[in-house]
Every structure is written in C-alpha cells, then in structure tokens.
Ligand binder design. Structure first.
Ligand SMILES: Nc1ncnc2c1ncn2[C@@H]1O[C@H](COP(=O)(O)OP(=O)(O)O)[C@@H](O)[C@H]1O
Ligand SMILES: [Mg+2]
Length: 264
C-alpha cells in the first residue's frame, strides 16, 4: 500500500529581490507502508525541503503530497521529524523530554504516559538515565532521546533529517544498527536523509539519489541486501557495488555543479 505519495512536487521560496527560488522541481516518489527509504544528494538540492513538505511544514507550490491518499494540509501526529540537532529542552530530564510529545498530543491519558515513556527509554537503552539532563549525556545518548521522543507519539511515519550527522563514526554505526532494530520491531515508514553513502545503503529498501537540478530524482536504487542486517554486510559484493554506483552518481553531480559554477 502506498503510504507517502509525492507527485510532481515543486517548491519555490520567495527571494529578497522579489524573485522566486526553485528549491524542488517535479519531485516524484511513492513510499510503501513500512518501507525504509533513504535520500542522498548534494548540499542544497532540496532534501530537507522535501521532508518539510511531507511533514506539512511547507506547502508545495506545485504538484501534490499525499499521505494514505489524502493531501497533506499541515503537521500531524501520524508523522514525526527527527533532526541532527537533537532539539531537546535543556531544562527537562530525559524522561520529561520524551514525555513532551505525548503531553502536547493530549491523546494518551496521564496515567499511561509514564509506562509508555519507560517502554521507549528501555527500547533505546537509556535505563538509569531517566533523571539526567541533556548536558549530562553524550551526543549518541541525546540522539537516542530524540528518537525515543519521536517514537513515543507512535507516528506511522518517521522523517529523519541527517539524524546522525553530529555523531562520531562509531556511535553513528551503533545508532544505525539500533534504528534498524527498532524499525523492524515497530514497522514504521521511514524517510531518512543522509550524507553518508554507507548509511544510505545499510539502512534502505530503496535509495533516492537526488541531483542538484534542483531537487530532481537522479535515480531510485532498490537494495536487495537481506535483512536483518549487521555491519558485516558492508563487505558483501552487492554492498560494495551499490556504494560504488552511488559514489559515481554523486561524483558526476559534483562535477556538473562545479562545471556550472565555472561557466557562470
Ligand atoms: N525558507 C527558505 N527560504 C529560502 N530559501 C530556502 C529556504 N529553505 C531552503 N532554501 C533553499 O532551498 C534549497 C534547498 O534547501 P534544503 O532543502 O535545505 O537543501 P538540503 O537539505 O538538500 O541541503 C537551498 O538552496 C536553500 O538555500
Ligand atoms: Mg538539509
């Protein structure tokens, strides 16, 4: 079943000089329910803008964004956005940061919130840190709080915008393995933006490679690697082939952009 359906989505931003800047052009993508789709592409090619359209923060200037066949009219509790900056409230504890979304949602009765929060704290491995404040945690732990907060509101769709970009390489690998485990357990639909080609391949059912044309789909690549995956999969021939292929596409993009700049 198609969960997220982006049809010829176009986004323009007003410019200070009164003109319009085309950030996303004719973006087409259908994401199945429960699918894990990663998005890679050059900086400024419209990746975050596309997530904002799905989240309902930005209205497309053309085309349409549908969820379960209905047009997106604004943010909703069926979707949660996770950024790289964690966006935790520094004065709240781990526990109360995770509670935040549930409190705002007013859907879960007060008495059940605590049980839910402790379920997700356990799921992301933060038992014992419930009363800690964000400054007392490592980057990886803060990001786990962000993920637990997003999951606690039980969204059908997780939108993740370079969520692991601020983490060191090793924590990042641990977090992606963790995310796959949670995804396999919770069966969410995930749209995940990353700059890391390895992360894009390791996580995905399909990889969307964007070009800076702007925000056009360059290629959509199915990933046939078996699941569940572990980090050893990165040595498999298919993984290596996909990595090389995506490198090639992004390299061409970089050259095209450099050529464009030199010519302009
Ligand atoms: N609110 C905005 N107003 C004007 N321009 C914007 C706005 N948001 C993004 N842009 C521009 O749109 C393009 C795409 O941005 P973005 O989606 O953030 O790219 P990415 O996430 O792929 O790096 C960029 O050139 C950016 O400068
Ligand atoms: Mg971005």
């Amino acid at each position: 079943m198609v969960h997220i359906d982006l049809r010829q989505v176009m986004v323009t931003f007003p410019q200070p000089d009164g003109g319009e800047f085309l950030a996303v052009n004719s973006f087409d993508l259908k994401v199945e329910k429960g699918e894990f789709v990663t998005i890679v592409g050059p900086s400024g090619c419209g990746k975050s803008t596309i997530l904002s359209v799905v989240d309902g923060l930005i209205r497309p200037s053309g085309g349409e964004a549908l969820i379960n066949g209905k047009p997106v009219t604004g943010p909703g509790s069926d979707r949660a956005l996770v950024f790289q900056e964690f966006a935790l409230l520094p004065w709240r504890t781990v526990e109360s940061n995770i509670m935040l979304g549930l409190e705002l949602q007013h859907k879960v009765p007060r008495g059940k919130i605590e049980a839910l929060v402790s379920h997700y704290i356990k799921m992301v491995g933060l038992q014992g840190f419930e009363r800690h404040h964000p400054h007392q945690l490592s980057g990886g732990m803060r990001q786990r709080v962000g993920i637990a907060r997003a999951l606690a509101v039980n969204p059908e769709i997780l939108l993740m915008d370079e969520p692991f970009a601020a983490l060191d390489a090793q924590t990042r690998e641990i977090m992606s393995a963790e995310l796959l485990r949670i995804w396999e357990q919770e069966k969410k639909t995930v749209l995940f933006v990353t700059h890391s080609i390895d992360e894009a391949v390791y996580l995905a059912d399909r990889i969307v490679v964007l070009s800076g044309c702007p925000g056009c789909v360059r290629e959509i690549i199915p990933v046939s690697l078996s699941r569940p995956r572990n980090l050893e999969i990165k040595d498999e021939a298919e993984f290596v082939r996909l990595r090389r292929h995506i490198w090639g596409l992004l390299e061409q993009e970089a050259q095209r952009q450099a050529g464009g700049r030199a010519g302009s």
